[in-house]
Design a protein around this ligand. Sequence first.
Ligand code: KG4
Ligand code: ZN
Length: 338
Amino acid sequence: MNKQPVYILGIESSCDDTAAAVIEDDKLLANIVSGQDVHSLWGGVVPELASRAHQQQIVPVVDAALRKAKIGKDQLSAIAYTRGPGLLGSLLVGGSFAKGLAAGLGIPLIEVNHMQAHILAHFIDSGSTPPKFPFLCLTVSGGHTQIVKVNSPLEMFVLGETMDDAAGEAFDKVAKILGLPYPGGPQVDKLAQQGNADRFNFSLPTVPNLDFSFSGLKTSFLYLVKGETKKNKGFIETNKADLCASIQRAIVTVLMKKLITAAESTGIKTLALAGGVSANSGLRKAIEDLKDSGYSIHIPSFEFCTDNAAMIAITGWFKYQDRQFSSLNEGSVARYKL
Ligand code: KG4
Ligand code: ZN
Protein backbone atom coordinates (compact mmCIF):
# COMPACT_ATOMS: atom_id res chain seq x y z
CA MET A 1 0.00 0.00 0.00
CA ASN A 2 1.33 3.45 -0.89
CA LYS A 3 2.06 5.73 2.05
CA GLN A 4 0.05 8.96 1.94
CA PRO A 5 2.35 12.01 1.54
CA VAL A 6 2.46 14.47 4.41
CA TYR A 7 1.99 18.11 3.37
CA ILE A 8 3.16 20.71 5.87
CA LEU A 9 2.78 24.46 5.66
CA GLY A 10 5.59 26.25 7.50
CA ILE A 11 5.23 29.84 8.67
CA GLU A 12 8.14 32.03 9.84
CA SER A 13 7.78 35.56 11.23
CA SER A 14 10.36 35.85 14.01
CA CYS A 15 12.14 38.99 12.81
CA ASP A 16 11.87 41.01 9.61
CA ASP A 17 11.08 38.33 7.00
CA THR A 18 7.56 37.05 6.43
CA ALA A 19 7.92 33.55 5.03
CA ALA A 20 5.80 30.55 4.11
CA ALA A 21 6.81 27.19 2.66
CA VAL A 22 5.12 23.94 1.72
CA ILE A 23 6.80 20.55 1.86
CA GLU A 24 5.69 17.12 0.76
CA ASP A 25 7.50 14.94 3.31
CA ASP A 26 11.10 16.26 3.16
CA LYS A 27 10.70 17.56 -0.41
CA LEU A 28 10.31 21.32 -0.79
CA LEU A 29 7.42 22.40 -3.02
CA ALA A 30 7.44 26.16 -2.35
CA ASN A 31 9.56 28.57 -0.34
CA ILE A 32 8.41 32.21 -0.31
CA VAL A 33 10.23 34.93 1.64
CA SER A 34 9.14 38.53 1.72
CA GLY A 35 11.65 40.95 3.27
CA GLN A 36 10.88 44.35 4.80
CA ASP A 37 12.76 47.27 3.22
CA VAL A 38 11.35 49.78 5.72
CA HIS A 39 14.07 48.95 8.30
CA SER A 40 16.99 50.12 6.15
CA LEU A 41 15.75 53.69 6.69
CA TRP A 42 16.39 53.27 10.42
CA GLY A 43 19.68 51.36 10.33
CA GLY A 44 18.20 48.29 12.05
CA VAL A 45 14.99 46.35 12.61
CA VAL A 46 12.23 48.44 14.26
CA PRO A 47 10.03 45.88 16.09
CA GLU A 48 6.72 47.76 15.75
CA LEU A 49 7.25 48.31 12.00
CA ALA A 50 8.21 44.64 11.59
CA SER A 51 5.01 43.50 13.25
CA ARG A 52 2.85 45.77 11.07
CA ALA A 53 4.61 44.61 7.90
CA HIS A 54 4.03 40.95 8.88
CA GLN A 55 0.32 41.70 9.21
CA GLN A 56 0.25 43.09 5.68
CA GLN A 57 2.31 40.30 4.17
CA ILE A 58 1.20 37.11 5.90
CA VAL A 59 -1.91 36.40 3.80
CA PRO A 60 -0.31 37.07 0.36
CA VAL A 61 2.84 35.15 1.33
CA VAL A 62 0.94 32.04 2.49
CA ASP A 63 -1.31 32.27 -0.57
CA ALA A 64 1.75 32.49 -2.86
CA ALA A 65 3.34 29.44 -1.19
CA LEU A 66 0.20 27.31 -1.61
CA ARG A 67 -0.17 28.39 -5.26
CA LYS A 68 3.47 27.68 -6.02
CA ALA A 69 3.16 24.26 -4.39
CA LYS A 70 -0.09 23.63 -6.30
CA ILE A 71 -1.67 22.51 -3.04
CA GLY A 72 -5.14 23.39 -1.78
CA LYS A 73 -5.30 24.21 1.93
CA ASP A 74 -7.64 21.24 2.45
CA GLN A 75 -4.75 18.95 1.42
CA LEU A 76 -2.50 20.16 4.25
CA SER A 77 -1.63 17.62 6.95
CA ALA A 78 -0.40 20.14 9.56
CA ILE A 79 0.78 23.72 10.08
CA ALA A 80 4.16 24.45 11.65
CA TYR A 81 5.01 27.93 12.92
CA THR A 82 7.88 29.68 14.68
CA ARG A 83 6.95 30.01 18.35
CA GLY A 84 10.25 31.70 19.30
CA PRO A 85 12.83 33.04 19.87
CA GLY A 86 12.35 36.39 18.15
CA LEU A 87 10.53 39.71 18.36
CA LEU A 88 7.30 39.13 20.25
CA GLY A 89 5.14 41.38 18.07
CA SER A 90 6.44 39.64 14.95
CA LEU A 91 6.06 36.11 16.37
CA LEU A 92 2.47 36.84 17.38
CA VAL A 93 1.45 37.59 13.79
CA GLY A 94 2.68 34.27 12.36
CA GLY A 95 1.57 32.34 15.45
CA SER A 96 -1.98 33.74 15.45
CA PHE A 97 -2.33 33.15 11.72
CA ALA A 98 -1.09 29.55 12.02
CA LYS A 99 -3.45 28.83 14.92
CA GLY A 100 -6.45 30.32 13.14
CA LEU A 101 -5.77 28.34 9.98
CA ALA A 102 -5.08 25.06 11.81
CA ALA A 103 -8.25 25.44 13.89
CA GLY A 104 -10.30 26.34 10.81
CA LEU A 105 -9.00 23.35 8.85
CA GLY A 106 -9.15 21.01 11.83
CA ILE A 107 -5.52 19.87 11.40
CA PRO A 108 -2.62 19.63 13.87
CA LEU A 109 -0.57 22.65 14.83
CA ILE A 110 3.18 22.25 15.42
CA GLU A 111 5.22 24.84 17.31
CA VAL A 112 8.85 25.21 16.19
CA ASN A 113 11.94 26.62 17.86
CA HIS A 114 13.60 28.92 15.30
CA MET A 115 17.13 27.86 16.32
CA GLN A 116 16.33 24.17 15.97
CA ALA A 117 14.88 24.96 12.55
CA HIS A 118 18.07 26.73 11.40
CA ILE A 119 19.92 23.47 12.16
CA LEU A 120 17.34 21.18 10.55
CA ALA A 121 17.55 23.26 7.33
CA HIS A 122 20.34 20.78 6.51
CA PHE A 123 17.69 18.10 6.01
CA ILE A 124 15.62 19.86 3.34
CA ASP A 125 15.95 17.63 0.29
CA SER A 126 18.03 19.98 -1.88
CA GLY A 127 20.65 17.75 -3.48
CA SER A 128 23.36 18.15 -0.84
CA THR A 129 24.24 15.35 1.59
CA PRO A 130 22.94 16.09 5.09
CA PRO A 131 25.33 15.76 8.04
CA LYS A 132 25.43 12.41 9.86
CA PHE A 133 24.50 12.30 13.56
CA PRO A 134 25.97 13.24 15.92
CA PHE A 135 27.29 16.52 14.52
CA LEU A 136 28.19 19.97 15.81
CA CYS A 137 26.39 22.95 14.34
CA LEU A 138 27.66 26.51 14.54
CA THR A 139 24.52 28.64 14.23
CA VAL A 140 25.45 32.23 13.43
CA SER A 141 22.78 34.80 12.68
CA GLY A 142 21.81 38.38 13.40
CA GLY A 143 20.26 37.36 16.71
CA HIS A 144 22.19 34.26 17.79
CA THR A 145 25.56 32.58 18.02
CA GLN A 146 25.54 29.02 19.31
CA ILE A 147 27.48 25.78 19.12
CA VAL A 148 24.99 22.94 19.29
CA LYS A 149 25.58 19.19 19.62
CA VAL A 150 22.96 17.53 17.47
CA ASN A 151 22.28 13.88 18.38
CA SER A 152 19.12 13.50 16.29
CA PRO A 153 16.57 15.85 14.66
CA LEU A 154 14.72 16.22 17.93
CA GLU A 155 17.60 15.94 20.42
CA MET A 156 20.11 18.75 20.56
CA PHE A 157 22.15 20.45 23.27
CA VAL A 158 23.65 23.94 23.35
CA LEU A 159 27.36 23.63 24.22
CA GLY A 160 28.10 27.35 24.08
CA GLU A 161 26.52 30.64 23.08
CA THR A 162 27.13 34.36 23.01
CA MET A 163 26.94 36.30 26.22
CA ASP A 164 26.23 39.59 24.46
CA ASP A 165 26.11 40.42 20.73
CA ALA A 166 25.54 37.78 18.07
CA ALA A 167 28.14 37.36 15.30
CA GLY A 168 25.79 38.88 12.69
CA GLU A 169 25.07 41.77 15.03
CA ALA A 170 28.82 42.38 15.34
CA PHE A 171 29.11 42.53 11.53
CA ASP A 172 26.10 44.86 11.34
CA LYS A 173 27.40 47.19 14.08
CA VAL A 174 30.84 47.41 12.47
CA ALA A 175 29.15 48.21 9.16
CA LYS A 176 27.13 50.96 10.83
CA ILE A 177 30.32 52.52 12.27
CA LEU A 178 31.69 52.57 8.71
CA GLY A 179 28.50 54.20 7.41
CA LEU A 180 27.45 51.14 5.39
CA PRO A 181 23.70 50.47 4.93
CA TYR A 182 21.78 47.89 7.02
CA PRO A 183 22.16 44.92 7.10
CA GLY A 184 25.88 45.50 6.83
CA GLY A 185 27.23 41.93 7.11
CA PRO A 186 27.21 41.22 3.36
CA GLN A 187 28.83 44.63 2.62
CA VAL A 188 31.63 44.06 5.13
CA ASP A 189 32.22 40.68 3.51
CA LYS A 190 32.37 42.20 0.03
CA LEU A 191 34.81 44.95 1.03
CA ALA A 192 36.90 42.50 3.08
CA GLN A 193 37.68 40.55 -0.08
CA GLN A 194 39.61 43.56 -1.42
CA GLY A 195 41.35 44.41 1.86
CA ASN A 196 44.41 43.44 3.89
CA ALA A 197 43.43 41.49 7.01
CA ASP A 198 46.88 42.01 8.59
CA ARG A 199 46.51 45.78 8.60
CA PHE A 200 44.68 46.25 11.95
CA ASN A 201 44.90 44.11 15.07
CA PHE A 202 42.05 43.69 17.50
CA SER A 203 42.47 41.95 20.83
CA LEU A 204 40.29 38.87 20.81
CA PRO A 205 37.83 38.22 23.65
CA THR A 206 38.83 35.78 26.38
CA VAL A 207 35.61 34.06 27.36
CA PRO A 208 35.73 30.73 29.19
CA ASN A 209 34.35 27.41 27.92
CA LEU A 210 32.56 27.41 24.58
CA ASP A 211 30.77 30.73 25.07
CA PHE A 212 31.33 33.82 22.94
CA SER A 213 31.48 37.59 23.38
CA PHE A 214 31.56 40.12 20.55
CA SER A 215 30.76 43.41 22.25
CA GLY A 216 34.40 44.12 23.21
CA LEU A 217 35.54 43.54 19.64
CA LYS A 218 32.97 46.02 18.37
CA THR A 219 34.04 48.58 21.01
CA SER A 220 37.73 48.29 20.13
CA PHE A 221 36.80 48.71 16.45
CA LEU A 222 34.79 51.84 17.35
CA TYR A 223 37.68 53.33 19.38
CA LEU A 224 40.18 52.67 16.61
CA VAL A 225 37.96 54.32 13.99
CA LYS A 226 37.11 57.29 16.25
CA GLY A 227 40.74 57.86 17.25
CA GLU A 228 42.08 57.67 13.70
CA THR A 229 39.26 59.82 12.29
CA LYS A 230 40.18 62.58 14.78
CA LYS A 231 43.66 62.66 13.21
CA ASN A 232 42.48 62.17 9.63
CA LYS A 233 38.91 62.90 8.51
CA GLY A 234 39.22 60.65 5.48
CA PHE A 235 40.43 57.64 7.52
CA ILE A 236 37.33 55.49 6.96
CA GLU A 237 37.15 56.15 3.22
CA THR A 238 40.81 55.36 2.57
CA ASN A 239 40.94 52.31 4.85
CA LYS A 240 37.48 50.77 4.49
CA ALA A 241 38.52 47.53 2.82
CA ASP A 242 41.40 46.90 5.25
CA LEU A 243 39.15 47.65 8.24
CA CYS A 244 36.55 45.18 6.95
CA ALA A 245 39.14 42.49 6.21
CA SER A 246 40.76 42.88 9.64
CA ILE A 247 37.55 42.83 11.68
CA GLN A 248 36.11 39.98 9.61
CA ARG A 249 39.20 37.92 10.29
CA ALA A 250 38.90 38.65 14.02
CA ILE A 251 35.23 37.56 14.13
CA VAL A 252 35.93 34.43 12.08
CA THR A 253 38.94 33.56 14.27
CA VAL A 254 36.80 33.74 17.41
CA LEU A 255 34.09 31.54 15.87
CA MET A 256 36.51 28.95 14.51
CA LYS A 257 38.56 28.72 17.71
CA LYS A 258 35.50 27.75 19.73
CA LEU A 259 34.17 25.40 17.08
CA ILE A 260 37.48 23.54 16.91
CA THR A 261 37.66 23.37 20.72
CA ALA A 262 34.14 21.90 20.75
CA ALA A 263 35.08 19.36 18.07
CA GLU A 264 38.23 18.31 19.91
CA SER A 265 36.54 18.01 23.29
CA THR A 266 33.61 15.96 21.96
CA GLY A 267 35.59 14.00 19.37
CA ILE A 268 32.93 14.86 16.75
CA LYS A 269 34.33 15.36 13.24
CA THR A 270 31.12 16.28 11.44
CA LEU A 271 30.62 20.04 11.47
CA ALA A 272 27.78 22.14 10.09
CA LEU A 273 27.04 25.83 9.66
CA ALA A 274 23.64 27.48 9.94
CA GLY A 275 22.19 31.01 10.04
CA GLY A 276 22.67 34.07 7.87
CA VAL A 277 26.37 34.59 8.71
CA SER A 278 27.11 31.21 7.03
CA ALA A 279 27.12 33.28 3.85
CA ASN A 280 30.33 34.98 4.96
CA SER A 281 33.15 34.12 2.59
CA GLY A 282 35.83 34.23 5.31
CA LEU A 283 33.89 31.87 7.57
CA ARG A 284 33.05 29.50 4.73
CA LYS A 285 36.68 29.29 3.70
CA ALA A 286 37.89 28.77 7.27
CA ILE A 287 35.46 25.91 7.88
CA GLU A 288 35.99 24.36 4.42
CA ASP A 289 39.76 24.32 5.15
CA LEU A 290 39.07 21.86 7.97
CA LYS A 291 38.29 19.22 5.35
CA ASP A 292 42.06 18.81 4.98
CA SER A 293 42.19 17.72 8.63
CA GLY A 294 39.60 14.98 8.12
CA TYR A 295 36.45 16.86 9.04
CA SER A 296 33.16 16.40 7.20
CA ILE A 297 31.78 19.90 6.51
CA HIS A 298 28.17 20.85 5.74
CA ILE A 299 26.87 24.27 4.69
CA PRO A 300 23.30 24.58 3.39
CA SER A 301 22.63 26.63 0.26
CA PHE A 302 22.19 30.31 1.02
CA GLU A 303 18.38 30.40 0.71
CA PHE A 304 18.21 27.93 3.62
CA CYS A 305 20.84 29.75 5.73
CA THR A 306 18.98 33.03 6.13
CA ASP A 307 15.53 33.15 7.71
CA ASN A 308 13.06 31.07 5.71
CA ALA A 309 9.98 28.94 6.27
CA ALA A 310 11.31 25.79 4.57
CA MET A 311 13.33 25.17 7.75
CA ILE A 312 10.18 25.59 9.85
CA ALA A 313 8.28 23.16 7.61
CA ILE A 314 11.04 20.49 7.73
CA THR A 315 11.20 20.78 11.53
CA GLY A 316 7.41 20.39 11.51
CA TRP A 317 7.81 17.25 9.42
CA PHE A 318 10.17 15.66 11.96
CA LYS A 319 7.82 16.60 14.80
CA TYR A 320 4.80 15.36 12.83
CA GLN A 321 6.32 11.89 12.58
CA ASP A 322 6.88 11.93 16.32
CA ARG A 323 3.31 13.19 16.86
CA GLN A 324 4.64 16.28 18.68
CA PHE A 325 1.58 18.48 18.20
CA SER A 326 0.86 21.73 20.01
CA SER A 327 -2.08 23.30 21.73
CA LEU A 328 -3.79 26.43 20.47
CA ASN A 329 -3.19 27.88 23.94
CA GLU A 330 0.62 27.95 23.69
CA GLY A 331 1.79 31.55 23.48
CA SER A 332 4.70 32.92 21.42
CA VAL A 333 7.94 33.34 23.36
CA ALA A 334 10.59 35.98 22.67
CA ARG A 335 13.26 34.01 24.56
CA TYR A 336 12.94 30.36 23.77
CA LYS A 337 15.77 28.04 24.76
CA LEU A 338 16.71 25.06 22.62
O1 KG4 B 1 19.77 34.15 9.88
P1 KG4 B 1 19.50 35.56 9.45
O2 KG4 B 1 18.95 35.78 8.07
O3 KG4 B 1 18.51 36.26 10.41
C1 KG4 B 1 18.52 36.11 11.79
O4 KG4 B 1 17.90 35.14 12.30
O5 KG4 B 1 19.17 36.97 12.42
O6 KG4 B 1 20.88 36.34 9.62
C2 KG4 B 1 21.03 37.71 9.29
C3 KG4 B 1 22.42 38.15 9.68
C4 KG4 B 1 22.61 39.66 9.58
O7 KG4 B 1 23.26 40.09 10.75
C5 KG4 B 1 23.51 39.82 8.35
O8 KG4 B 1 24.33 40.95 8.38
C6 KG4 B 1 24.33 38.54 8.43
O9 KG4 B 1 23.39 37.54 8.81
N1 KG4 B 1 24.97 38.21 7.15
C7 KG4 B 1 26.30 38.24 6.95
C8 KG4 B 1 26.51 37.90 5.59
N2 KG4 B 1 25.29 37.67 5.01
C9 KG4 B 1 24.36 37.85 5.99
N3 KG4 B 1 27.31 38.51 7.79
C10 KG4 B 1 28.56 38.46 7.29
N4 KG4 B 1 28.84 38.15 6.01
C11 KG4 B 1 27.86 37.86 5.13
N5 KG4 B 1 28.15 37.54 3.87
ZN1 ZN C 1 17.24 33.17 12.04
